[in-house]
Design a protein around this ligand. Structure first.
Ligand SMILES: NC(=O)c1ccc[n+]([C@@H]2O[C@H](COP(=O)([O-])OP(=O)(O)OC[C@H]3O[C@@H](n4cnc5c(N)ncnc54)[C@H](OP(=O)(O)O)[C@@H]3O)[C@@H](O)[C@H]2O)c1
Length: 372
């Protein structure tokens, strides 16, 4: 054995020293590695959140003095939509069922936007008389309506009836807004070019219009049945109204806002043990501000001034399934809705007119035949 190292060994030792100089050792190495992986995780989270949040409406156009109604805007997507429209100068009517919650949101919107033209008005879509009272008061206060956002909604509630005896998801999500819009059509026409924005949902995919049991009396399924039916009704309503108003410069479009973290799930509580899972799921769910971007885009984008009857998600127009394009079903639903809400003066869908014309033609033919 000898203490003298060979030149080869010496070279090896020298190389090892060089490498040690370049690398970190001990605690520092750990810290740097942890920081590195944290940065990678943060970057992935950031990119994932950007993807989940979707696009943001960035055009700077203002709507100073334009008269706007947003239903159900004391919280969630409606509140964020109202906030942005107020920021851009709208004269905003907040149509909410709970006056105290509405007032709290109104004060917050005024504080954040410095727009004082924000009004708290009571509208309970589960009561036709409340809808009529709201519309009457609004029409006495304003001579036109530039933008109507039909946002309010409930989802997957236990079966309950509205004041007028309708199943409440169909009653609030579709029929209440149906009556409201019909009552405000003349004001929308007076402001033309004007817009109606309807909050629907991709959940319409599960829905069907149950002509035999529209109010789910025989069979009630809270999400796949009643909610999905009400959201399918929103699309049929949008398309039918767009057709009726096609020469009036009032456009009507509807939106799926994405899956958004709001109070919409309030009727469906999860067990506490789900909290961890909920936290993970939340990463893949939009903030209310992100969820409001497509409705905001539909309400504001100048390029949509003449575009009507569309279904939008992430600010893009999407095709809909055949059941949402079924014109006969849309006609049936429209006429049924008119009867249910007791509309005395119809805004006369062309189908109805055509049918009446056809009937009177047939009457004439019969009379002529009888005379001969
Ligand atoms: N969140 C989502 O993932 C999602 C997905 C697809 C579609 N949407 C649609 O987006 C719209 C907004 O939902 P959101 O998620 O923002 O829900 P949200 O946070 O629960 O807000 C719903 C709003 O509607 C109001 N409202 C409920 N019933 C009403 C009634 N009878 N009369 C008047 N206002 C009433 C609520 O008022 P109160 O606070 O007083 O109850 C609240 O202001 C709904 O139409 C929903 O179907 C949401």
């Amino acid at each position: 054995m000898t203490d003298v190292e060979s030149p080869q060994q010496q070279q090896q030792l020298q190389d090892q020293d060089e490498i040690k100089k370049l690398c970190f050792e001990g605690a520092w190495a750990w810290i740097i590695e942890i920081v590195f992986w944290c940065l990678v995780a943060a970057l992935i989270m950031y990119l994932l959140r950007r993807l989940v949040e979707g696009p943001i409406y960035r055009k700077p156009n203002r709507i100073d003095g334009k008269v706007v109604i947003v239903t159900g805007c004391n919280t969630g997507i409606g509140k964020e939509t109202a906030m942005e429209l107020a920021r851009r100068g709208a004269r905003l009517y907040m149509a909410c069922r709970d006056a105290a919650r509405c007032e709290a949101a109104r004060l917050e919107i005024i504080e954040k936007t410095q727009n004082t033209n924000i009004f708290n008005r009571t509208l309970d879509l589960s009561s036709l008389s409340s809808v009529r009272q709201f519309a009457e008061r609004f029409k006495a206060e304003e001579s036109k309506l530039d933008i109507l956002v039909n946002n309010a909604g409930v989802m997957a509630t236990p079966r309950k009836l509205t004041a007028d005896g309708f199943e409440q998801q169909m009653g609030i999500n579709h029929l209440g807004h149906f009556l409201l819009t019909n009552l405000l059509v003349d004001h929308l026409k007076s402001a033309a070019p004007s817009r109606v924005v309807v909050l629907s949902s991709a959940a319409y995919i599960f829905g069907r219009i149950n002509q035999q049991d529209l109010m789910s009396e025989k069979n009630y399924s809270k999400f796949m049945g009643a909610y999905a039916q009400s959201k399918l009704s929103n699309i049929l309503f949008t398309r039918k109204l767009a057709e009726i108003l096609k020469d009036s410069k009032v456009t009507v479009n509807c939106a799926h806002p994405g899956i958004v973290r709001t109070e919409l799930m309030r009727y469906n509580s999860c067990p506490k043990t789900w909290n961890v899972i909920k936290t993970i799921i939340n990463v893949f769910i939009r903030s209310p501000k992100a969820g409001a971007q497509t409705p905001i885009f539909l309400a504001l984008d100048p390029k949509l001034e003449c575009v009507s009857g569309g279904f939008y998600y992430n600010m893009l127009r999407f095709p809909v399934l055949p059941k949402a394009k079924d014109a006969e079903m849309a006609d049936w639903l429209w006429q049924e809705s008119e009867k249910l809400v007791g509309l005395k003066q119809s805004i006369t869908p062309p189908m109805k007119k055509k049918e009446e014309e056809k009937n009177s033609e047939m009457e004439t033919v019969k009379v002529v035949a009888r005379d001969e």
